[in-house]
Design a protein around this ligand. Structure first.
Ligand code: OGA
Ligand code: MN
Length: 295
């Protein structure tokens, strides 16, 4: 644990002890973050890739937006265009995505329902996916719905050299037709051949723009294709890469409490979510930090 700052402004960075993630203590996200503290938070984010802030109950959307801006300018929530069907109809600012299984008058107020969400990187199917996502827990069920994270720097560092060489300079297609829970986005045809998967193409090996560290970038498994490969070869190699990346040694699992804010770095992290009892309520608001084209 490292304590920063003097007197009243001290914050603590407490690593999870797993492959990534740290809890930050001493922050009240409702209040403006002083510039020195903001710098410390950005440094901690670079180092730990996922930051957890507990006890932030009662935040307004505007306070969540202002807090997220400590980490960069925001990107609009995926409620339109190619991502239509993400599911929100709740009355929230354009920066906020609602992640929830709650229905009002039979209509979901948010995305992802109560099912399992497979390993993915948020919005990796667009040309410039968000650098970060910030998920704020407003209501959580007593059990289920845990969210896990993978350190994709670690996944690459421990990948065998032959496999790393095999994907050096290779691009992968990131499917936009399905959400992480496997439901098809509005107006997008079913993929019959992965060579025709709609979605952005990104390098499998990417370099983090801030730290210059390399990371494995897989995005989402369904309908993925290593561009230019025979489908069979692409499938075999992708299966190997995914089996390695999702090894428990690279994972930290978070069990939510109301008032948690969790911020992750999409450039070096994948995440998944457990299913939970659909008869219980789970309500999260998410903001996105703007990102650039993966390189
Ligand atoms: C997300 C997501 C996981 C969760 O908001 O991008 O994958 O725990 N959510 O709901
Ligand atoms: Mn996600």
């Amino acid at each position: 644990m490292i304590a920063y700052g003097a007197g009243t402004a001290a914050i603590e960075v407490v690593p999870t002890g797993f492959a990534l993630g740290a809890e930050i203590r001493g922050i009240d996200a409702r209040k403006p973050v002083p510039p020195e503290t903001a710098k410390t938070l950005r440094e901690a984010w670079k180092q730990h890739l996922v930051l957890l802030f507990r006890g932030q109950t009662g935040l307004t959307d505007q306070q969540l937006i202002t807090f997220t801006q400590v980490f960069g300018p925001l990107q609009a929530a995926p409620n339109s265009d190619v991502t239509a069907g993400f599911g929100s109809f709740a009355d929230v600012p354009p920066e906020v995505a609602v992640i929830s299984n709650i229905k009002v008058d039979g209509r979901p107020i948010g995305a992802l329902g109560a099912g399992e969400a497979d390993w993915h990187t948020d919005m990796s199917f667009i040309e410039e996916p968000p650098a970060g996502s910030c998920l704020y827990a407003i209501e959580v069920p007593a059990s289920g719905g845990n969210t896990s994270f993978i350190n994709m720097h670690r996944a690459l560092d421990t990948l065998d050299e032959e496999m790393a060489d095999a994907v050096n300079g290779v691009q992968c297609v990131h499917d936009l037709s399905l959400t992480s829970t496997g439901s098809r986005r509005q107006g997008v045809a079913e993929v019959a051949d992965v060579r025709e998967t709609p979605g952005a193409r990104h390098p499998v090996l990417r370099t983090h723009p801030d730290t210059k560290r390399k990371a494995l970038f897989l995005g989402r498994r369904r309908n993925a294709w290593l561009v230019g490969f025979e489908v069979e070869d692409s499938e075999r190699l992708l299966d190997c890469l995914w089996a390695h990346a999702t090894d428990e040694a690279h994972v930290w699992e978070h069990r939510w409490r109301e008032g948690d804010i969790v911020l992750w770095d999409n450039r070096a992290v994948m995440h998944r979510r457990d299913a939970f009892d659909p008869a219980t309520r789970r309500l999260m608001h998410r903001t996105q930090v703007k990102g650039g084209r993966p390189r």
